[in-house]
Design a protein. Sequence first.
Length: 147
Amino acid sequence: MADATPTSVLFCCDFNAVRSPMAEGLMKKFYGKTIYVQSAGVKHELEIDGFSVAVCEEMGVVLTRHRARSFEEMEEWGDEIDAYDLIVALSPASLRKAQEYTRYHAIAVEYWPIFDPTGLGETREDKLSAYRQTRDQIVERIKDRFG
């Protein structure tokens, strides 16, 4: 079942500001409307990270309209987490949160330990390089998993 192509995927990380929005945007670029994709964070205290926006834009993925949201906010807005076929956790905290849903719902959860680029690099170019590394790691994992 882990290798089956899901019809809906929820990417999650800590704040839905760096890794999970990148994964959502990249997945939508590669799969369009064939797989329903969203992202969430354990918390939503941050807005989309500008470096994430910049490195995704290099690949034609626009993240400027992304608004950070938590699992709880998604549910408050009517998005039922148990309706997703697959939750892909990109951080240890989001993995724990995703696994909470498996106690009551039949949802597949995968953990992709994706590099967190925040706080790395002294110069703008150093920071962009770290974010590109994260973006490229996500691209590789998406292609490996979904073809």
